[in-house]
Design a protein. Structure first.
Length: 58
């Protein structure tokens, strides 16, 4: 069905076990903060873009 309010559903393959990847004991608070800030900035930019597109479409 083609409708903007309908989205596909993706499910995890039950045969695949997913957990923490990498080496958590080598984690670094500064790197975590950098990643978090980059994500927040990218999401804020996307929201601004969506708001602008919504206003232009009126």
């Amino acid at each position: 069905m083609d409708h903007p309010m309908i989205c596909p559903v993706a499910e995890q393959d039950p045969d695949i076990r997913v957990g923490v990847m990498g080496e958590p004991e080598r984690s670094d608070p500064e790197f975590g903060m950098k990643v978090t800030e980059e994500c927040v900035e990218a999401l804020a930019a996307l929201i601004r873009k969506m708001e602008t597109a919504s206003e232009e479409g009126k």
